[in-house]
Design a protein around this ligand. Structure first.
Ligand code: ADP
Ligand code: ZN
Length: 518
């Protein structure tokens, strides 16, 4: 009697039941249909192609860009009695020949292969002499030029459909906003694929974000609530990683640094300690985390704004894989926005790409400055409708105080406009506050009608207004110096047609309240 998906789930993988949409996906592909699967990390994507590969005749070919993970996957499969192998540049020529022999002899259930290898004429030729059960394209968002993991070879994977039209294909990803999803469909010719979209909500993660005013103290206070627990602290620069890790160690916390500037041996050793020992805090750049599967990471902290909403979701998603309460905590400042705008402006990218990057930054800022449920914003960024309050983010737990900042906003926007939209926030704030300086008189800005109209507020308050105007898309910062410019929406404020409510920049809560205590 042929076995069923459930039989294989039990007998090979030892699990009692399917999770979420796994069963429907397995059936779709096992019956020969195509599928596009969006599932958050840890959701169980692997079984969605592994089981159909075992149910169908022939070898399942898995395309994956993560060479480091292939071996782990293959080891785990072999342990479960599945004939699995991988082909990538880490194998000796002899081992490669052996894998190819097994493939041609029909001895393999699953073969993992890097995209650049798959696309060689030689390998495609081999496949033509093989019975292929299915193609699984893992990390399918790598086809997207706008994503952070763009791999040019992924764009050529449509060739699989042309050369093997009868073989079912399943594309999987954990990062795909609606735009990326469309791009995957188009680039991989998956127009006829059934789409399986899972919710990206991670209900056990508590989201919190606040302003950075004293990073060290804020971080210590936060870590106080997570003593002895494993977590990741993300910083934007390598230098900040080194400094933060060193300083945490001095404060008696088991912290380790991780960034691309460390030699490979140190990186590997630190990663191993983080995975194996209890309660290690990894201080890292975004170089850390891809493929890290540690279930009991209790917190992910960001000391700077992440690069994008997808980045934030991926990074914070490394917390709480075991479904127990975990925290995503972030502090940021106006300087982050300026730094990121500069990074975008100075990059070699095409203008179109820069525009997308700026949009991404804006959507991230809007999340950071949100006064309502953060989960709603976060999931909304991925095209998912979620209605807060969620009861598990800072804004839901303690709604932020807001104030009517319409008049100060009008003043700020006029000052930007009157000074010619050629200056950064520092100078515009000086104009508003009526600061006399040589530069001011040289530029004749002390003659502007807006000079000194904001003297009733101090510099810090103005900085808060500018930051929030940027976040709300009522101003945009451009170029190396963070030059401020009005946006389409600015007009509504200037004409008095739009009220501006801003969050009172009270200090973000100091002590972390642990969910488990409640
Ligand atoms: P993803 O690739 O989506 O990040 P994985 O396929 O690596 O997720 O699965 C994450 C974890 O969940 C793995 O440890 C896997 O064994 C486990 N898992 C997946 N499906 C099930 C299931 N139906 N029942 C129990 N555990 C599962
Ligand atoms: Zn909420």
């Amino acid at each position: 009697m042929p076995s069923s998906p459930l039989d294989i789930l039990h007998s090979v993988f030892g699990y009692t039941s399917f999770r979420g949409q796994q069963q429907a996906i397995v059936e779709q592909v096992a019956e020969g249909g195509d599928a596009l699967v969006l599932m958050p990390t840890g959701g169980g994507k692997s079984l969605c192609y592994q089981i159909p590969a075992l149910l169908r005749q022939g070898t399942g070919i898995v395309v994956s860009p993560l060479i480091a993970l292939m071996q782990d996957q293959v080891d785990a499969l072999r342990e479960a009695g599945v004939a699995a192998a991988y082909l990538n540049s880490s194998l000796s020529a002899e081992d490669q020949r052996e894998v190819e022999r097994q493939l041609l002899a029909g001895e393999l259930n699953l073969l993992y292969v890097a995209p650049e290898r798959l696309l060689t004429g030689r390998f495609l030729g081999l496949l033509e002499r093989t019975e292929v059960a299915l193609f699984a394209i893992d990390e399918a968002h790598c086809v997207s030029q706008w994503g952070h993991d763009f791999r040019p070879e992924y764009r050529e994977l449509a060739v699989l459909h042309q050369r093997f039209p009868q073989v079912p294909r399943i594309a999987l990803t954990a990062t795909a906003d609606p735009r990326t999803r469309e791009e995957i469909v188009e680039r991989l010719a998956l127009q006829d694929a059934r789409q399986f979209l899972s919710s990206f909500d991670r209900p056990n993660i508590r989201y919190r974000a606040g302003l950075r005013h004293n990073a060290k103290r804020q971080l210590t206070d936060f870590l106080e609530g997570h003593r002895g627990e494993a977590g990741i602290v993300y910083c934007l620069s390598r230098r900040k990683v080194d400094e933060t890790a060193a300083w945490l160690v001095e404060s008696g916390i088991a912290a380790l640094p991780y960034h691309a500037g460390l030699d490979a041996a140190t990186r590997a050793a630190n990663q191993q300690r983080f995975l194996r020992e209890d309660g290690v805090v990894m201080v890292a750049t975004v170089a850390f985390g891809m493929g890290i599967d540690k279930p009991d990471v209790r917190f992910v902290a960001h000391l700077d704004l992440p690069r994008s909403m997808e980045g934030y979701y991926q990074e914070t998603g490394r917390a709480g894989r075991d479904s127990l309460p975990a925290e995503a905590w972030m502090i940021y400042g106006l300087s982050d926005v300026v730094t990121m705008s500069q990074m975008i402006a100075q990059s070699e990218s095409a203008d179109e790409r820069k525009r997308v990057e700026r949009q991404k930054l804006e959507s991230l800022l809007a999340f950071a400055e949100a006064t309502e449920c953060r989960r709603e914003r976060l999931l909304g960024a991925f095209g998912e409708t979620y209605h807060g309050p969620c009861g598990n983010c800072d804004n839901c737990l303690e709604p932020p105080k807001t104030w009517d900042a319409t008049v100060p906003s009008q003043k700020a926007l006029s000052a930007v406009y009157r000074s010619g939209q050629r200056f950064g926030s520092g100078h515009v704030i000086d104009i508003l506050r009526g600061v006399d300086s040589e530069r001011m008189s040289q530029l004749r800005h002390d003659h502007l009608s807006t000079f000194g109209i904001g003297a009733d507020m101090d510099e810090k308050q103005w900085r808060s207004v500018f930051r929030q105007l940027l976040a709300a898309g009522l101003l945009e910062a451009e170029g190396e110096y963070g030059t401020l410019r009005l946006t389409r929406s600015s007009r509504e404020v200037l004409t008095g047609n739009r009220q501006v409510l801003l969050r009172e920049d009270t200090r973000p809560e100091r002590r972390s309240r642990r969910r488990r205590d409640s």
